[in-house]
Design a protein around this ligand. Structure first.
Ligand code: KG4
Ligand code: ZN
Length: 332
């Protein structure tokens, strides 16, 4: 069973080929031209997908040593994401499926992320899943493929968005997560006592916009010429600690409440080493097992879409080619 998948939900163009549980090829082209605009420009992104997708498709087939007529099904992310970006990957996958007379699978981007910790296996164990990316922060009870219960989500900014916005405030590059992570080890995480928003809200929701504002206010207390690298390092460390503490404590609490013994973590922010370490420590203490997506599958990629598609295909869950993309596609 060989699946070719495309992921074009935002500003990464990605193509992957999966055979059984073996990843034969995974190509990702990141768009850097948006940095100049301070955010992703939808039309620039979709034009760029149109340039990169056919090229990556050829590379993926060559890398995998697979001919197009050996592909058993074609998949693409159908939402959530930018409409004009989603359309490119979905149109290509649908065209290939129709042309080859093979099935098409529309995959939810969030499902791609939340199943990614199981990549390479063929059984999804019951778990509480933290999906932390640039666009989403979600806690989900996963009972199996296509059997999800959303426990909580961010009420404002996503965790990755907070990393990106705080990095921008600190004059660092984009994406902000790796920039902040790189500076945090040289900073004093105890110097600034940033808010742990909604830590004790009694539900499973998150909020990160107040934290971002708190960083802005603390930064404004220093004159421009006082903003030495040490200040940036200390703000980075203190901010990162606040985000990590809330994510970890609320995830462990949700897992206990749901009575599961496995926690999974996925999405771009799960590349963060401080988050991975703290989650490992807290899960250990709570007697919970932990599965974190491998780093190459944390940020947007098509391998996770191919994996989710393979599980759906196995369950007989193919899509009609008439299925529309949906920028606001919900997980359930
Ligand atoms: O999953 P992803 O590639 O795209 C979305 O679906 O949104 O996540 C991108 C996000 C960005 O906000 C980026 O700053 C964040 O993941 N990120 C990180 C790290 N690497 C990427 N955040 C914290 N630490 C990192 N090492
Ligand atoms: Zn993503």
């Amino acid at each position: 069973m060989t699946i070719l998948a495309l992921e074009t939900s935002c500003d990464e163009t990605a193509v992957a080929i999966l055979r059984g549980t073996e990843l034969l090829a995974s190509e990702v082209a990141s768009q850097t031209q948006h940095e100049a605009y301070g955010g992703v420009v939808p039309e620039v992104a979709s034009r760029s997908h149109l340039v990169h997708a056919p090229r990556l498709l050829e590379c993926a087939l060559a890398d995998a040593g697979v001919a197009l007529d050996e592909i058993d099904a074609f998949a693409a992310t159908s939402g959530p994401g930018l409409a004009s970006s989603l359309m490119i990957g979905a149109s290509i996958a649908k065209g290939l499926a129709v042309g080859a007379g093979k099935p098409y699978l529309a995959v939810n981007h969030l499902e791609g992320h939340l199943l990614s910790p199981f990549f390479g296996t063929d059984e999804i164990e019951r778990n509480v899943s933290l999906v932390v990316s640039g666009g989403h922060t979600l806690l989900v009870e996963v009972r199996g493929v296509n059997d999800y219960r959303v426990l909580g989500r961010t009420v404002d900014d996503a965790a990755g968005e907070a990393f990106d916005k705080v990095a921008k405030l600190l004059g660092l590059g984009y994406p902000g997560g790796p920039e902040i992570e790189q500076r945090a080890p040289d900073g004093n995480a105890a110097r600034f006592d940033f808010p742990r928003s909604m830590l004790d809200s009694g539900d499973h929701n998150f909020s990160f916009s107040g934290l971002k504002t708190a960083v802005r206010y603390r930064l404004a207390e220093f004159k421009i010429d006082e903003r030495a690298p040490q200040l940036v390092n200390d703000l980075s460390a203190s901010f990162q600690r606040a985000v990590v503490e809330v994510l970890v404590k609320k995830t462990v609490r949700a897992a206990k409440e749901c009575g599961v013994n496995l926690v999974t973590v996925s999405g771009g922010v799960s590349c963060n080493d401080a988050l991975r370490k703290e989650m490992t420590l807290r899960c250990d203490r709570a007697g919970l097992q932990l599965r974190v997506a491998p780093p190459r599958l944390c940020t947007d990629n098509a391998a996770m879409i191919a994996f989710a598609a393979a599980l759906r295909f196995r369950a007989g869950n193919c899509s009609e080619v008439t299925v529309e993309i949906d920028p606001n596609l919900a997980l359930v």
